[in-house]
Design a protein around this ligand. Structure first.
Ligand code: MN
Length: 709
């Protein structure tokens, strides 16, 4: 526990003029007021606000922030009122405490809609003063550090998930990288305890094998840069378990690659030095293509600046290197907190909050809280890909964007009419995820319109909003047409005239604005034609009962979609999953129409597709039926190379069994004194499950490689 004078001293190291008195008073006040309250860990409650204050002191934040941290739980958890806080500590502190209290009240909700609504409030609250968010993140960080004391497990898991989905991305967005890393790692250790444990075991094993080469590599880098007259500070570190896990899931690379577990950072004095250091590195070692990124000339949205590159470095080890100045480094670690101290006094609505404004933009245009959460959550995962139009125009998109996103980014008209896409000259499905440097040619047709299923393959807010708008409009048009038919039939039946001029009364009665709205109400079944007649002709006596509109509209509302594992095809069209690539739900897929009019489903990366490159007419847009995808089992095959070692097979089958996955078949393809080559057939629900299994297997010390077959 930090003591009172230590806290004050720490603040004074970066703010010599700090108001000691208010810090001391807040410390004593909070300690007294929390009294004998205890944390789940058994510690006195006061340790919590004190630790939170300590975290913020580490970010060198102003006195008001530190005082608020000390007081942040008083209004929520004790009898203290906001008025008391204001009279004792002033208006500024009271406003901050109030902000944090409000944020704290909106957690502990599991229902999705509520979570979204809370998230909206959270963003709004933080937009009033970014310090509220910094305190909230420090609060969450300390709560995560002590999460192991929380019971029951379900509550721990919920908190860990929430941290992973909302708080870590928020921390990342405002550039608090160190906080983001820690939040993710703790959350990861609770969500996937076994995987986390395996990573630690593996890292320990590698270290024992003498694979920790940090020091010699740092020394060599240091030497070559000094020889070239550049003053540098170099640090190397092991990557975090969570980022290793992410990599193992995403890429087929053995754990041993140094670049997967270690990263090096070169800190120089000036920006020209950054480029000089880069030049020296690139001319000394072979460069790994495709890994160079210059965030100095093009900073990330959150103002992150640095140069990234990968080289085949000392002793043929592939290493990742970041080059930046000291100031850039501080901003990279502390993000908004660093800006905050550089720009104290400046309005909090400065440039660095541009992203926040774009969030608020979406917030205003989104239909409901859930839709909003969807947009933001996706847009929060930063990092961009840059793609080109055939003319060479650069289109920046968020990572994970598809060709449909691209089409909408170019122009909403192109998005609304796109039929297919050529990526780097090859025909590809519209939902293909784009990669950096792709040249994308969108093929359009006037008769093509957005399909509601597209929504699942876009990640930009713009594309999503356009598709929704179109679908809404289209449904509205259908309702209007149906409504017209219904009204005409009913009036004909009563031998009455349909006079739209008379509709004013109906508009008023239905509470709508246009004649079409009246029809749409009928078409959707919200009002009946009988009601319309009663309004238009109040004196008329109905001859017979008019048919209920529900019967009419039913077929419209219930789109007849066959319960099929694949969607996007005409009902009754026979399908089969290709034997060459064994697609499973989660794979990006395309359908190829065969001469017998049946459809074969391939993964989009399947080699067989090359045969159909010149017949785009046979390609159909298909997708997995998401409702079914977790209920149906699919066979998937993996190929492994395993150490020929007693117990290695038992280890592998145990790892697979722990993932609750049945093994259908095991084949030994080749045995040598050193290793086995085996293929395993598994029964999985979807791609994610398969990826998890592959990632877990890659961590086994016996496994040399795992590939999906
Ligand atoms: Mn707290």
């Amino acid at each position: 526990m930090i003591r009172q004078y230590e806290l004050v001293e720490a603040v004074k190291t970066y703010d010599p003029q700090a108001d000691e008195d208010i810090l001391n008073r807040a410390y004593i006040f909070a300690m007294k007021i929390h009294g004998t309250q205890a944390r789940a860990s058994g510690d006195p409650y006061f340790t919590h606000p004190l630790e939170v204050a300590g975290i913020l002191v580490g970010m060198r934040l102003d006195v008001a922030t530190i005082v608020t941290a000390l007081l942040h739980d008083t209004v929520e958890d004790t009898a203290v009122t906001l008025e008391e806080i204001e009279s004792l500590f002033g208006k500024e502190i009271a406003v901050l405490v109030d902000g944090v209290t409000k944020l704290s009240q909106i957690e502990f909700q599991s229902d999705k809609t509520k979570q979204a609504e809370n998230f909206r409030k959270l963003l709004l609250a933080m937009s009033s003063d970014i310090r509220v968010l910094l305190i909230k993140l420090a609060d969450r960080l300390h709560n995560m550090r002590t999460l192991q004391f929380i019971e029951p497990e379900s509550k721990r898991l919920r908190i860990a998930q929430e941290t992973m989905e909302i708080y870590a991305p928020l921390a990342e967005r405002i550039g608090l990288h160190a906080v983001k890393d820690e939040l993710q790692n703790i959350a990861f250790s609770h969500i996937h305890p076994e995987a986390c444990h395996s990573i630690f075991t593996r890292l320990k094993f590698l270290r024992e094998q003498g694979i920790n080469l940090l020091t010699p590599i740092i020394q060599e880098l240091h030497q070559i840069l000094e020889e070239n007259g550049i003053k540098v500070f170099i640090s190397g570190r092991e990557k975090h378990p969570y980022s290793i896990w992410r990599k193992m899931q995403q890429k087929n690379i053995p754990f041993e690659h140094l670049s997967d577990i270690m990263a090096f950072r070169i800190i120089v004095e000036t920006i020209p030095d950054c480029y000089r250091a880069l030049g020296v590195i690139h001319s000394t070692y072979p460069v790994v293509p495709g890994r160079f990124k210059d965030y100095i000339s093009t900073p990330k949205q959150n103002n992150y600046r640095s140069i990234h590159t990968s080289v085949i470095g000392p002793n043929q080890h592939r290493i990742e290197i970041q080059i930046r100045t000291k100031e850039m480094d501080e901003i990279a670690e502390l993000g908004v907190a660093a800006h905050w101290q550089y720009k104290q006094g400046v309005s909090h609505e400065g440039h660095q909050y541009r992203w926040l404004r774009s969030l608020l933009d979406i917030l205003e245009h989104a239909e409901g809280p859930e839709e909003f959460l969807e947009h933001t959550k996706l847009e929060m995962f930063q990092d961009q890909v840059f793609c080109f139009t055939p003319k060479g125009d650069l289109i920046p998109l968020p990572n994970g964007a598809t060709a449909i996103d691209f089409a909408y980014a170019v122009h909403s008209n192109i998005g609304d009419h796109c039929t297919s896409v050529r990526i780097n000259g090859r025909m590809m499905p519209l939902r293909t995820v784009l990669e950096n440097g792709d040249q994308v040619e969108i093929i359009t047709s006037k008769t093509q319109h957005p399909s509601p299923t597209w929504e699942r393959f876009v990640i930009t807010g713009k594309a999503r909003a356009c598709i929704r708008k179109f679908v809404r409009q289209q449904m509205y048009q259908e309702f209007v047409e149906t409504g017209k038919t219904l009204a005409k039939k009913a009036l004909d039946h009563e031998h009455l005239e349909l006079k739209e001029k008379k509709f004013n009364k109906a508009m008023e009665a239905f509470g709508v604005k246009t004649v079409d709205d009246v029809y749409a109400y009928l078409g959707e079944g919200l009002k009946t034609p009988t009601e319309l007649i009663r309004i238009l002709y109040p004196d008329h006596k109905a001859t017979t009962r008019v048919r209920k509109p529900q019967e009419k509209t039913e077929p419209l509302r219930k789109k007849q979609e066959e319960v099929h594992v694949i969607t996007g095809l005409l009902p009754g069209m026979p399908i089969h999953l290709a034997g060459c690539c064994h697609p499973i739900p989660g794979d990006l897929i395309v359908g190829i129409v065969n001469t017998g009019k049946d459809v074969t489903i391939h993964t989009s990366g399947c080699k067989t597709l090359e045969r159909f490159m010149n017949s785009p007419k046979r390609w159909v847009d298909v997708n997995w039926n998401e409702e079914l995808q977790n209920r149906k089992q699919h066979s998937a095959r993996i190929a492994l190379v395993v150490d020929h070692h007693l117990g290695s097979m038992a280890d592998i089958t145990t790892l697979i069994a722990r993932q609750n996955t049945p093994i259908l078949d095991v084949k030994f393809n080749n045995k040598t004194p050193e290793f086995y080559e085996i293929s395993i057939e598994l029964d999985v629900n979807n791609l994610e499950q398969l990826k998890n299994i592959i990632a877990v297997l890659r961590m086994s010390p016996y496994v040399i490689s795992v590939e999906r077959k």
